[in-house]
Design a protein around this ligand. Structure first.
Ligand code: PXP
Length: 246
């Protein structure tokens, strides 16, 4: 069954809009994690960015304490954050590229060009019992390099698919890229997740991508929670995912 990891970064975005620099404030992403799990989410995802624009270090610890499913920590391959991850011990770390000026994670990780560094980090995380995922664009060179890096998972960047969703020809092209990348990843022993820009409208078009284990979805679920509540928003997404699989 296709699993759902809910990315709760934007709960913290809302809190930081009012309580930046304060030791506490509302809404608390840890409360959101509890609701997502109660609604049936299979995991909780958070991104501790180097600029701390949403999730703070204290959130990482409090969320670690309450998550009962599995915690996926997205992070840049940076020494300070790696040291923290090794202490916090999420079940899985997803390594992502990070640029300070971007609104959200814009590209995929350049695995080919950073293979040696990524192997070192992957080994350190695996030695601490943490699985490793690499967030990459659906590009066969990056898929092959991810296997060479020894990652357990890749997360296919669905941002281009989401952007082209309303252009049938381009959308078809992006879906084909995802299909080809997922097939190759599966062949060479990688587990395949996907995420970025997925929402209640575009999700169904992804059902033809094979071998998907988990989708990581944030913005659309947190946005919908403002009108229907977080529990409902998570359940609506889960129902969509189940209908597509049926
Ligand atoms: N996966 C990764 C690696 C991401 O960086 C993000 C955005 O933080 C997501 C999934 C979720 O993207 P969205 O908020 O667009 O659903």
């Amino acid at each position: 069954m296709l699993k759902l990891g809910v990315n709760i970064d934007h709960v913290a975005t809302l809190r930081q809009a009012r309580y930046q620099g304060k030791a506490a404030g509302e809404p608390d992403p840890a409360d959101a994690a509890i609701i997502c799990e109660a609604a049936g989410a299979h995991g909780i995802t958070i991104h501790l960015r180097e600029d701390r624009r949403h999730i703070q270090e204290r959130d990482v610890w409090s969320i670690r304490e309450i998550v009962k499913t599995r915690l996926n920590l997205e992070m840049a391959n940076a020494p300070e954050i790696l040291a923290l991850a090794l202490k916090v011990k999420p079940e899985i770390v997803c390594l992502v590229p990070e640029h300070r000026k971007e609104v959200t994670t814009e590209g995929g990780l350049e695995v080919v060009g950073q293979l040696k560094d990524l192997i070192d980090t992957r080994k350190r995380l695996n030695d601490a019992g943490i699985e490793v995922s690499l967030f990459i664009t659906p590009d066969l060179r990056q898929v092959e390099a991810s296997a060479k890096a020894g990652a357990q998972f890749i997360e296919l960047h669905t941002g281009a698919f989401a952007e082209q969703f309303h252009e049938p020809e381009q959308r078809h092209g992006e879906i084909q890229r995802l299909v080809i990348a997922a097939k190759r990843a599966h062949e060479i022993g990688l587990q395949v997740n996907a995420g970025h820009g997925l929402n209640y409208q575009n999700l169904s078009s992804l059902h033809c991508v094979p071998h998907l284990v988990e989708l990581n979805i944030g913005h659309s679920i947190i946005s919908r929670s403002i009108t229907v509540g977080l529990h409902q928003a998570v359940q609506q997404m889960l129902r969509l995912m189940q209908n597509d699989a049926a």
